[in-house]
Design a protein around this ligand. Structure first.
Ligand code: 9MR
Length: 370
């Protein structure tokens, strides 16, 4: 075990070189005994799918470990065993899937969709209209409004069309409001250049390309009832009134034990449910400030487990909340330490894939829900 805080690169090296005997043995009972007792996907009730993001791209590009999805055998095994749904952490974002104006790169996205199909998993597509992780050719290009519209339409038609019938939920519009509940009219190239009406068009184009996919609004800090989730509620009502094919509202769920749990999560999801929308938790993780040792304390892990449990419970209590996705299942590949200095341990397994109390709290909650 670590006694000092290590960089992620060093941690990855430790994880690779650690002899099996040095891995804490207590927490991992054999998986094969009875799948229902050990596996989230089997323990989940029929109307709820438990998902995870598939690590790759984004912050992983700067690490010295090989691509987790294609190169880490243990990672792949757990991915298949534990989860009934997978999300592309970065691999379907514009900068990866549409790196040049005239060419798409589907290799990583295809691999995810093929893997999911082989393993009987659903796929959440992420994402089509966002202010971040867009390629330079787009952000720095000199396009007329007509050209930009055509670019977005072509992208949505091509990407959603390619996976028609194989991606069950798409995050069509991601993070379009700021914390005060104002549309991101400066940061988001589409809204800035084409006006807010482009949001409805994005949903219409996605629906044309795959009429069977459920189309979502997705954001962070919208777990509770607040200015931002109010803005989404109003937008959702407007879009539905115009017969725009909007099917769902998703709260990402990037939580921290340094802040109170959003106790009104169920109430908030419920008011979108009342509009006739599906709801989902799409990216949950629960970070914490790590002590100097780099290891979370028992109390922190207990609090984290409680946050995961309460979020899952809220989803279970809302009829149309049928998808609960964690943003990665192992701390080894989590985005958190790369964004929040001194914080981490946000997922349900540690760097060595040992299950934390949070894993067991999800499993227990699912079993109790049957
Ligand atoms: O986990 C993703 C990380 O690998 C990327 O570096 C980062 C870049 O913005 O995006 C992370 O995923 C984000 C997701 O796409 C949208 N919601 C917030 C997630 C965490 O930042």
């Amino acid at each position: 075990m670590r006694s000092v805080r290590l960089t992620t690169a060093a941690l990855a090296a430790v994880a690779v070189s650690l002899p099996l005997t040095a891995v804490p043995a207590a927490a991992a009972p054999p998986d094969h005994a009875n799948a229902k007792h050990n596996r989230l996907r089997e323990a989940a009730p029929d109307d709820l799918v438990i998902g995870t993001a598939i690590a790759g791209g984004g912050h992983h590009d700067d690490q010295d470990y090989p691509d987790p999805f294609t190169a880490d055998h243990k990672y792949r095994t757990i991915l298949d065993r534990q989860f009934g749904s997978v999300s592309a952490e970065n691999q379907m974002k514009w900068e990866y899937i549409h790196p040049e104006q005239d060419s798409y790169d589907f290799e990583a996205a295809d691999a995810i969709v093929d893997f999911a199909e082989r393993n009987g998993q659903q796929v959440r597509g992420h994402t089509l209209l966002w202010h971040s992780q867009n390629p330079d050719w787009l952000e720095e290009g000199d396009f007329s409004d007509t050209e930009l519209r055509a670019i977005l339409r072509d992208h949505i038609t091509t990407v959603v069309g390619r996976y028609a019938g194989r991606i069950q939920q798409w995050d069509v519009a991601n993070e379009i409001f700021d914390g005060d509940g104002n549309l991101r009219t400066e940061e988001n190239i589409w809204i800035r250049e084409l006006g807010p009406g482009i949001i409805a068009d994005a949903f219409r184009w996605a629906h044309e390309a795959d009429p069977s996919a459920e189309l979502f609004l997705n954001d962070y800090n919208v777990e509770g009832v607040n200015a931002k989730s109010d803005a989404y509620h109003e937008l959702a009502r407007d879009l539905l009134a115009q017969d725009v094919p909007l099917h769902g509202f998703a709260a990402q769920g990037h939580l921290s034990i340094e802040y109170e749990f959003p106790g009104d999560l169920e109430e908030n999801l419920g008011r979108f449910d009342d509009l006739g929308l599906a709801t989902a938790i799409t990216e949950i993780d629960v970070r914490m400030e790590l002590p100097e040792s780099g290891r979370p304390t028992h109390a922190q892990l207990g609090q984290q487990a409680d946050y995961y449990r309460r979020a899952l419970r809220a989803c279970l209590n809302v009829d149309g909340c049928e998808s609960f996705t964690i943003w990665g299942f192992t701390d080894k590949y989590s985005w958190v330490p790369h964004t929040f200095e001194g914080e981490g341990a946000a997922t349900v397994m540690n760097d060595h894939f040992v299950r934390k109390p949070a894993f067991f709290s999800l499993l227990g909650t699912l079993k109790a829900a049957e």
